[in-house]
Structure formats: structure tokens, C-alpha cells
Write a protein that binds this ligand. Sequence first.
Ligand SMILES: [Zn+2]
Length: 147
Amino acid sequence: MVTMDRMTIQYPTQLTDEEWRERLGPERYQVLRQQGTERAFTGALWDEHRPGSYRCAGCGTELFEATAKYDSGCGWPSFHTAAEPAAIQELDDRSHGMVRTEVRCTNCGGHLGHLFDDGPQPTGMRYCINSASLEFRPDDDEAPNEG
Ligand SMILES: [Zn+2]
């Protein structure tokens, strides 16, 4: 098993710090680029139940399907399955005196949240993701607004 130095991982989408700040705005920047965590029950998407897809707020890569979202009660959007396993990178996170699994977007390296093993079937996993890291696209997004 190869241990990666987390500071030297190269992601396909590379922007400078300044460009990320500009693209994301302060709230998303703090979570995606500085491993921040929004406060529980304050994000835009923990209580979102419409059908659709959840994309990386940094680069637009599809990360989760609404069908994999479930109500974990933890105050953050929670999913039991990734839309595409290759889209999500798992890293050891030993910050804050805990050993956790950090999850990131493999395309831009944006911090998404953490992965726990107390989720429901079929996977038993819980992807605990910040709303600020996600962009929700409802299935009826394409529908005309007028009429
Ligand atoms: Zn991304």
C-alpha cells in the first residue's frame, strides 16, 4: 500500500489559491479548500429530499445520487453510496486527536467531509458531507420556468 503525502497529491483540476477564493466565495472556500466543517443543521442540503444529483461545488463532478441520500439525523447531508466510486478519494485524517477518513473530490481535491462505517444497508457506510461542498441539481432542473 502506497502512503501518499497529502500535500503533494496532484489533482486534474488545479487552480491557484486566489482563483479558488474567487470561484467559491468565502463559505465554500473555507470548507472545500481549508478542510472546514459547517455547523450541523445549518447547511442548505441536509434536509433536501428532491430527486436529483449532488455535484462537487468546486468542479461540478457528480458525487452522489439523491437516491443514496438518507436521513442520518447528524445535521449534514448523508449518503450510503457514492455515485461513482472513482470520483471520491479517501484519506486518513488524524487531525483533532481522532482517526477519521476524510473524503475528497478526486478531480479537484476539494474537501467534502468524512466517511464513517455506521451507515445503513446496502453498504453500511455514511458519507457525511458538508452542504457547502455540494451543488444540488434537481431532476426537474431542465423544465421550463414559464407556462
Ligand atoms: Zn471537485
